[in-house]
Ligand binder design. Structure first.
Ligand SMILES: Cc1ncc(COP(=O)(O)O)c(C=O)c1O
Length: 382
């Protein structure tokens, strides 16, 4: 008998739904990845760098040119000067950054506050570090943080709080006022922050992303994580980065160098080159994805699903209570895939304690126009 360190972890719903979509031929709007390619010059650059022989280990902290590009972007977008050598680390995906940040500072018995619904990578990483996640529900409806509940949950063991904005799965955005409130509540505590900002460029309707990088009091204790995979439509590249003050970066790098040592070399060369030549790519992303959200939502106005348009990310939540109130969301997602050919993700899987009676599924709209039209047609026919 193996004494599992993660007894509650099985195959994730993302893998299961993608497999079911493949088996049944359903349109896969479940897992969060585009069904279109990344920018051609970026793809071409990878081939060139592979052929030029950039195929050996990259520096442990990441290619200097790419770290410099990240620092330049952060300065341009958030007005913050970070040191590319001391504060930026390139990682194999945001996932590795999240894992290493948690391992670097969480000790046995520490508590980590996460807000549900939450991305599934946080809890296992905390458990493996010997810590315990304290799951607090976001407000129903708008998915904002209840700061009173947060304040009540703080204990002498609380060592970290994890924020995710724009938020997967709801698309909700944290505001600058939220960050000020958090800073005031934790000012006197020895508490770290993990700010998961992988959807930082996917913010709609003229809103601006409130990055923890631009909040000096919070940044002083933060790991801020982002993902090139999300930003450049290449999720399979699993390349991301983490920005943290020098002392925290140093601790994170101690872990990172033994988890993976470095990210994939030719991808880093290609990303550095593309970022230098196409800084406008990130500026165009909000309009690019907002057009997809609006196309999808306009078409769904003719359906029996109820929804509020996502303020950020590339996910849209749909309330199906007018269609199959008898089904829990996992059964609804299975039914929708098998009977109507559209795969989605049930929102309850993002909760430790699912909300009774909640009838929400998540669909990814990072898809070509024809895929979105096709999916909407199927959903409107229900
Ligand atoms: C909130 C959130 N954080 C992190 C990640 C992981 O990013 P990466 O693919 O770069 O590891 C994802 C991917 O879906 C995500 O949704």
């Amino acid at each position: 008998m193996i004494r599992s360190k993660l007894p509650d972890v099985g195959t994730t719903i993302f893998t299961r739904m993608s497999q079911l979509a493949a088996q049944t031929g359903a349109l896969n709007l479940s897992q969060g990845f585009p069904d279109f390619n990344g920018p051609q010059p970026l793809l071409d650059a990878v081939g060139r760098h592979v052929c030029a022989g950039h195929n050996q280990y990259a520096p442990m902290t990441g290619l200097p040119a790419l770290r410099q590009q990240v620092a330049s972007k952060v300065l341009r977008l958030y007005g913050v000067q970070v040191d590319a050598d001391e504060e930026v680390t390139i990682t194999p995906g945001a996932t590795e950054a999240i894992f290493c940040a948690i391992q670097a500072v969480i000790h046995s018995g520490d508590e980590v506050i996460v807000f549900d619904p939450s991305y599934d990578a946080y809890d296992p990483a905390v458990t493996l570090a010997g810590g315990r996640c304290v799951h607090l529900p976001l407000n129903e409806g708008d998915f904002r943080i209840d700061w009173q509940a947060f304040s009540d949950a703080l204990s002498p063991r609380t060592r970290m709080v994890i924020l995710n904005s724009p938020h997967n799965p709801s698309g909700a955005l944290i505001t600058r006022e939220d960050l000020d409130t958090l800073a005031a509540l934790i000012a006197d505590r020895e508490l770290y922050m993990l700010s998961d900002e992988v959807y930082e460029h996917l913010v709609f309707d003229g809103a601006r992303h409130a990055s923890v990088l631009a909040h000096p009091q919070l940044y002083a204790r933060a790991f801020v994580v982002s993902s090139f995979g999300k930003t450049y439509h290449v999720t399979g590249w699993k390349t991301g980065y983490v920005i943290a003050p020098p002392a925290l970066s140093a601790e994170l790098r101690k872990v990172h160098q033994y988890v993976n040592f470095c990210g994939v070399t030719p991808l880093q060369h290609a990303l550095a080159e593309f970022m230098a030549e196409h800084p406008e790519h990130v500026d165009e992303l909000p309009a690019f994805y907002q057009a997809k959200r609006d196309l999808f939502c306009d078409l769904l106005e003719g359906s029996r699903f109820r929804f509020t348009r996502a303020p950020g990310t590339y996910f849209q939540l749909l309330d199906y209570s007018a269609i199959r109130p008898d089904l829990g969301d996992v059964d609804m997602a299975l039914w929708l895939t098998r009977e109507h050919g559209v795969a989605s993700i049930p929102v309850s899987v993002f909760y430790q304690q699912p909300i009774a009676g909640q009838r929400l599924i998540r669909l990814c709209f990072a898809k070509r126009e024809e895929t979105l039209r096709h999916a909407a047609e199927k959903l409107c026919a229900i």
